[in-house]
Write a protein that binds this ligand. Structure first.
Ligand SMILES: C[S@@+](CC[C@H](N)C(=O)[O-])C[C@H]1O[C@@H](n2cnc3c(N)ncnc32)[C@H](O)[C@@H]1O
Length: 245
């Protein structure tokens, strides 16, 4: 369904752009203008089709990147390689999973402080990506037992490789929804707001009373945070910390 909506948005963008192109002033005609129009119309169609917001970036870049690559006359091998890498990193996004965005070093430092404050012994990250958070935590907190849950194959493999020297960190290539949330003192998640209502319902029931849930960047609807940690990074990230009662 997600992929159908994405294709439809691209197609609508193209049809509208071709339709509107002759109406543009002469100075604005040409391929660049057509591409700009197609990208904008695809983004608009994506909004109307209620696709998650990260699809806007994909729609913005899709056709211009495809044409740029095509103009390079690359061998078929490169297309195959690029497609394979994209599938291994973003395959789940097509099914509706949040895509890979990395947390900043300042977020890692804040999470590390929370681990110390909480005297946590068991930590899980839901959607651990390439280990941006779990690798430094494993290094700085040798007594912390870390479980990194990640579904996308390539980020998971990179995390496994980066964690190879840390016996206290285990990377599971698994759907985060099958995680046993009850065994952790702190759970960290940097996921799309689209999945947070369902995640909140599930975690509220499954996490141990007294444990801490940290949601990066997005609040869980209808939950009252115990604290909101303001991180001093470029994105001005906020960490929403919820105490499970
Ligand atoms: C926004 S990224 C965060 C990456 C990393 N946690 C960080 O903070 O740098 C979200 C990650 O969650 C993963 N993900 C999304 N849905 C998932 C699911 N259902 N099960 C496991 N991982 C998932 C994505 O593949 C992606 O790597």
């Amino acid at each position: 369904m997600t992929l159908c909506k994405a294709l439809l948005a691209q197609l609508l963008g193209l049809i509208i752009a071709i339709g509107l192109n002759p109406l543009l002033p002469l100075q604005l005609s040409g391929l660049v203008a057509l591409l700009a129009l197609q990208s904008s119309c695809s983004m608009l169609s994506s909004v109307l089709l209620r696709q998650p917001h990260w699809w806007l970036v994909i729609h913005l870049l899709f056709l211009p990147s495809a044409l740029a690559l095509h103009s390079q006359e690359l061998s078929v091998f490169w297309y195959l390689l690029i497609t394979l890498v994209l599938l291994l990193v973003f395959g789940g996004t097509v099914k509706g999973d949040p895509p890979l965005f990395l947390s900043s070093t300042a977020v890692v430092d804040s999470v590390s402080q929370l681990i110390t404050q909480e005297s946590a012994l068991h930590f899980a990250e839901l959607g651990a990506g390439i280990g941006t958070i779990t690798v430094p935590l494993a290094k700085d907190h040798p007594h912390l037992n870390i479980n990194a849950w990640e579904r996308a194959p390539l980020p998971w493999a990179i995390n496994v490789w980066r964690s190879r020297h840390y016996a206290n960190s285990t990377c599971y290539r698994c759907n985060l929804w099958s995680c046993d949330f009850n065994q952790y003192d702190v759970i960290f998640a940097f996921l799309s707001p689209a999945v947070l209502p369902e995640l909140g319902t599930k975690l509220g029931l499954a996490m141990r009373p007294g444990s801490l849930l940290v949601s990066s960047s997005f609040a869980i609807p209808h939950w009252k945070p115990e604290t909101i940690k303001q991180v001093n990074d470029l994105a001005k990230t906020q960490l929403f910390c919820y105490r499970i009662t």
